[in-house]
Design a protein around this ligand. Sequence first.
Ligand SMILES: [Ca+2]
Ligand SMILES: [Ca+2]
Ligand SMILES: [Ca+2]
Length: 176
Amino acid sequence: MLQNNNKGMTLVEVLVAIVVFGIAVIGVMTMTSRATLDNTDSHILSNQVSLAGEQIEIFSALPYDHFDLNDDDGDGTNQDVLLGRQDGKDDNGGDFGLNDYPGCSTALQNRGNLWGCTDGPADGTATSKTDASYTIYWNVAFNYPLLHSKTVRFFVIHPMKPNHPIIFETVISREL
Ligand SMILES: [Ca+2]
Ligand SMILES: [Ca+2]
Ligand SMILES: [Ca+2]
């Protein structure tokens, strides 16, 4: 009797051990995949940031009239130069075309002008020379924020993180 009881306990213990082990394995697997995900995320983010730095350097060295610094579709040109309307806002009620790039996700479109974007053609496009999966879009606003200056806003995007572009901006002034 006692022996049977012992065997029963042993069986229950084994079952409990299996369940506990199973939970532990699932826990470890979850942690591992989470860590892998975090590593990929931070890898992408650090590449985006370093591309942003490179882009700023390249663009700062361009002549003011370089074609990469053109507002190709005209939606960011002279939108804040009229006397009495120099208020830092686009006279046509837009965003100087600064947030346009093709494939901007619906989630980001709904965020509005500051951290959002508009699905449409950008003034310029490039891919990273070291890893072509990174796309860089930029738009140029002419005579904004001041006369004889250009604002260039960039978006660095990786297809795995379409809702997390790195957005950065530089202002280039004409040397007078
Ligand atoms: Ca434009
Ligand atoms: Ca204005
Ligand atoms: Ca545009």
